[in-house]
Design a binder for this molecule. Structure first.
Ligand code: GDP
Ligand code: IMO
Ligand code: MG
Length: 431
């Protein structure tokens, strides 16, 4: 039996992690975010009611389950407060269910200004960030000058740290980026103290709490944000996010050692999408791409941007399986392929006349890769939508799943057949 599992994105994000985490929370005692920030947008649909989460773990709607924000997450207090208020207004007892690590770096308004200034300066080389200040906040963490949630407890030191930080960033904004935005120490300080009143009662030692649950034999889900190909080291650098998104980050981002993990579930869309710039060999710029975007409602949860769409990419997935030690796949949005006559799956790339089986690390090489496809038949006229049993899936859909399993040498344990919590075919229990 599995106790501690990681659920993460194996592609470029938006694979449906939130839906699956919420569904599996039924069997868990705790759900933990361990990296990223409010650049994430995780959508849950329960009896038609939509919940969009950015920072708060996707287990928050479950009674008797604790949600944790681990130290690896960068936290905007403004975003956290507004998300909490939305949930509180709907009667979700957030104060009882949520705990936050005091070691989380805080995303400040100045980080958002820096994110915007950098993107503008890059022009058509821009990353296409969510403009939430995530990159600059992680930079401050690594530079050892971040304001952390625990700093809210010592107002005098907080003010001094803030002064040093804002002096530096105000200078950069004005002198280097030539933008007008300047951030006042006193004003930012007062805002932080105001948020501190609601946030401080929820802070604790997340690592110790998680290990206490583990020792009692509880079950924990670690919920990834973004996706493997957006990882700062293994993704399509520099077109990536600023955190490590892979399973190894659970140890550093939540204080939960790797040998305590029992399984890693790779949430994998039955096709692919990407928001923002960067290499994307299987991208489609035709009516099939349009079909995937429209039928899959592929618009960003955070920014509302249209997601780029393409065929399933087994080369990228091969890398994701190995660097995350993915133990099984959950294939989502298979219903979005309903209505397509034929389905292409990328099984290798061609680069300079040679076949390659792993994504290159250099984005300049990656953009030159062309996909090698195998073509499978679709299930035109039949539908995957809302199916709950393996044998109720059209035969061609079962073949599609089987093809993925065979090519990658991994099992697909869950097939998601619609956005609702309950719309799944469970092939094997992951706990
Ligand atoms: P996340 O960031 O990985 O949690 O994914 P998002 O929530 O950003 O994007 C996934 C979108 O697809 C959301 O709108 C979900 O409601 C929706 N979704 C999830 N699973 C399925 C599925 O199996 N079928 C369909 N049609 N929609 C799904
Ligand atoms: P979830 O958790 C998809 C992308 C941005 C951009 C790059 C860097 O919902 O899957 P950032 O703001 O992080 O500096 O932007 O990463 N990105 C995501 N794409 N899903 C996400 O989260 C993403 N979070 C960031 O579009 O290309
Ligand atoms: Mg998302």
């Amino acid at each position: 039996m599995n106790h501690n599992i990681v659920i993460l994105g194996s592609q470029w994000g938006d694979e449906g992690k939130g839906k699956i985490v919420d569904f599996l929370t039924d069997k868990a005692n705790a759900v933990v975010r361990f990296q990223g920030g409010h650049n994430a947008g995780h959508t849950l649909v329960i009896n038609g009611e939509v919940t969009k989460l950015r920072l708060i773990p996707s287990g928050i709607l479950h009674d008797g389950v604790m949600s944790f924000i681990g130290n690896g997450v960068v936290v905007s207090l403004e975003a956290l407060s507004s998300e909490m208020n939305e949930l509180l207004a709907r009667g979700v007892p957030v104060f009882d269910r949520l705990r936050i690590s005091e070691a989380c770096p805080i995303v400040l308004p100045v980080h958002v200004a820096l994110d915007n200034a950098r993107e503008a300066a890059l022009g058509d080389q821009k990353i296409g960030t969510t403009k939430r200040g995530i990159g600059p906040a992680y930079e401050d963490k690594v530079a050892r000058r971040a304001i952390r949630i625990g700093d809210l407890r010592a107002p005098q030191n907080l003010k001094q740290k803030l002064k040093t930080l804002l002096n530096l960033h105000n200078f950069t904004l004005k002198e280097y980026y030539k933008v007008e935005d300047q951030f006042d120490v006193e004003e930012t300080y007062q805002q932080l103290l105001e948020y501190a009143k609601t946030i401080l009662p929820m802070i604790n030692d997340v690592s110790a709490e998680l290990n206490a649950i583990r020792k009692k034999g509880g079950k924990i889900i670690f919920e990834g944000a973004q996706g493997t190909l957006l990882d700062i080291d293994h993704g399509t650098y520099p077109y990536v996010t600023s955190s490590n998104t892979i399973s190894g980050t659970v140890a550093s981002g939540a204080g939960f050692g790797p040998c305590y993990l029992d399984a890693v579930i790779g949430i994998t869309k039955a096709y692919t999408t990407r928001v923002g710039s960067g290499a994307y060999p299987t991208e489609l710029d035709d009516e099939v791409g349009e079909h995937l975007g429209v039928k899959g409602c592929e618009f960003g949860t955070v920014t509302g941007r249209k997601r780029r769409t393409g065929w399933l990419d087994l080369v990228a997935l091969r890398r994701a399986i190995e660097i995350n030690s993915i133990t099984s796949i959950c294939l989502t949005k298979l219903d979005v392929l309903d209505g397509l006559k034929e389905l292409k799956v990328c099984v290798a790339y061609e680069l300079d006349g040679e076949q390659v089986e792993y994504p290159p690390y250099d984005n300049a090489d990656y953009v030159r890769c062309t996909p090698v496809y195998e073509v499978l038949s679709g299930w035109e006229g039949e539908s995957v939508f809302d199916k709950r049993k393996w044998n109720d899936l059209p035969a061609a859909a079962r073949s599609y799943v089987g093809f993925v399993e065979k090519k990658l040498g991994i099992s697909v344990d869950i097939v998601s057949t619609g956005p609702e919590r309950s719309q799944n075919v469970i092939v094997k229990d992951v706990f």
